[in-house]
Design a protein. Structure first.
Length: 159
C-alpha cells in the first residue's frame, strides 16, 4: 500500500468512499453526498488530498486544509475515510501519518480535529497512540443520522 496525492482517475472511488461515510451518518458532519462535479471541486479545493492505494485500487483517502484563517491559519484540519469493507487493516493509521508529514511540509504548525465523535473509539485510540491530545468533550456536539445528539472530542497535535 502507498499513500500518495490523488489524481483525477481516483475520483470515482474517492467519491464512493467519502459518500459511504457521509451516509453512515456517525462520523462526518457533512450531510450531502458528492456527485462527479461536486466531488472533483471539493477534493481540488483542499490544501492536499491523499489516497491510500494498493494494486490500482483506492482503499481510503484524506483531505487537509486550514482550520481557520489569518492569525490561526497555521492550524490545519483533516478528515479521513476508509472503505468499510477494508477497515481494520491499519489504512487509517497510514493516512494519518502521511497527513502529519504533509501538514508540516505545507507549513502548518498544528493539526486539529474539531469533531471526533466520542463513540469512534478506533479513531480516538489511533489519535492518542500517535500523540494527539484531547481538548475536552463537547456535550451533544454531533447530530447523528437518526437525529440524536452525541458528544464530540476535539484533538490536536503539534507538527
Amino acid at each position: 500500500m502507498v499513500v500518495r496525492e490523488y489524481t483525477d482517475s481516483d475520483l470515482p472511488e474517492m467519491i464512493s468512499i467519502w459518500n459511504e461515510v457521509v451516509l453512515e451518518g456517525i462520523a462526518f458532519p457533512q450531510e450531502d453526498v458528492l456527485d462527479e462535479d461536486s466531488g472533483a471541486q471539493f477534493f481540488a479545493s483542499q490544501s492536499y488530498t491523499g489516497v491510500a492505494e494498493e494494486d490500482g485500487r483506492v482503499l481510503g483517502l484524506y483531505i487537509l486544509h486550514p482550520n481557520n484563517v489569518g492569525r490561526c491559519g497555521h492550524i490545519c484540519n483533516a478528515s479521513y475515510a476508509v472503505s468499510s469493507e477494508l477497515r481494520g487493516r491499519h489504512i487509517g493509521g497510514q493516512l494519518v501519518l502521511d497527513c502529519l508529514k504533509k501538514g508540516k511540509d505545507l507549513g502548518f504548525r498544528v493539526l486539529q480535529f474539531n469533531a471526533v465523535v466520542e463513540s469512534n473509539i478506533h479513531a480516538r485510540h489511533l489519535y492518542e497512540r500517535l500523540g494527539f491530545t484531547q481538548l475536552g468533550t463537547i456535550k451533544g456536539g454531533f447530530r447523528t443520522k437518526d437525529g440524536h445528539y452525541v458528544n464530540i472530542c476535539p484533538y490536536y497535535k503539534e507538527l
